[in-house]
Design a protein around this ligand. Structure first.
Ligand SMILES: O=C(O)CCC(=O)C(=O)O
Ligand SMILES: [Fe+2]
Length: 292
């Protein structure tokens, strides 16, 4: 697939790190994007895996229209809390009070993961808008799972090509400190599910490692056999040279491809300071088989 000419679409694409990530200048997300613009952005996105638009205004309808230009949106029914009432396709990742209580999404994403891997429709991509961020910290890190796969030895790649890996929502960091009723509902909605340990990107054909800190074991292997390999793969994938670390500013829209990246939201900030983000999630294909 030849990369489209992003310059012709009026875009400037500047890499943000060696492994992944690029800033795109020349887009107002609240203007209806033309098909050419969407194609040019998609081309840069497939190449860089994480794309960043800065200096944007938050408008719910505008963000949803922009997101929908790239595919159908998830209504977040797998985690049916903390959605915007009017727009269930927007999930609040926030430490603001919601319903008189601190939102439990204040600690979303505290271990390395790909969104909705524990569902039967793992997310294709996610778009996160920063409305408010603490004075320092609250960064998000991303790693490149295509490079992680390509940098494994050929025998290990061949071994992983034939494996399914089990995802368990119970391995979401901090889940046991959350409201037991909500947690029970999320577990009921999302029983442990096996997905291919190598995910093939439908547009680019790239093969990416699909194993995370939310993986419990490889299907058909014991926990004792699986654990060291999962730990090794996560450590390998998240080596600093395979990471882009995003330092947020209000007005940032960061879009990541969940098929080719993992991310982690760092608790490196003062939780008494506000951090308020909204996420749209692009639906991925149905995948996997429930194992328990
Ligand atoms: O808050 C963040 O930076 C990201 C949280 C997360 O994992 C997500 O929204 O998918
Ligand atoms: Fe996430």
């Amino acid at each position: 697939m030849a990369p489209l000419d992003t310059a012709a679409a009026g875009l400037t694409v500047t890499p943000l790190a060696h492994a992944l990530g690029a800033e795109i200048v020349g887009v107002d997300i609240n203007q209806a994007p033309s098909a050419d613009l969407v194609a040019a952005i998609r081309s840069a996105w497939n190449r860089h895996h994480v794309i960043v638009f800065r200096g944007q205004q938050f408008e719910a309808a505008g963000m949803l229209r922009f997101a929908q230009a790239f595919g159908a949106l998830d209504d977040h029914a797998a985690t049916p809390f903390y959605r915007l009432e009017e727009y269930p396709q927007l999930l609040q990742i926030t430490n603001r009070q919601i319903g008189g209580k601190p939102s439990e999404t204040r600690n979303t994403g505290r271990n390395w993961h790909s969104d909705y891997s524990y569902t039967d429709h793992p997310a294709a991509a996610s778009m996160l808008f920063c409305v408010e961020r603490p004075p320092v910290g609250g960064d998000t890190m991303f790693c490149n799972m295509v490079r992680a796969y390509e940098e494994l030895s050929p025998p290990l790649r061949a071994f992983l090509d034939g494996l399914d890996v089990v995802y368990d929502v119970g391995l979401t960091a901090g889940i046991n400190e959350r409201d037991p009723a909500k947690t029970a509902e999320v577990r009921r909605l999302n029983p442990p599910i096996a997905h291919p340990a190598v995910r093939v990107h439908p547009d680019s054909g790239l093969r990416a490692l699909y194993v995370s800190e939310r993986s419990s074991h490889f299907h058909g292997m014991t926990a004792a056999e699986s654990r060291p390999l999962i730990d090794h793969l996560c450590a390998h994938a998240t080596r600093p040279e395979n990471v882009y670390r995003h330092v947020w500013r209000p007005g940032d829209l960061v879009c990541w491809d969940n098929r080719t990246t993992m991310h982690v939201a760092l608790a490196d900030f003062d939780q008494t300071k506000p951090r308020h983000m909204l996420r749209a999630t692009l639906l991925g294909e149905k995948s996997g088989f429930v194992v328990g």
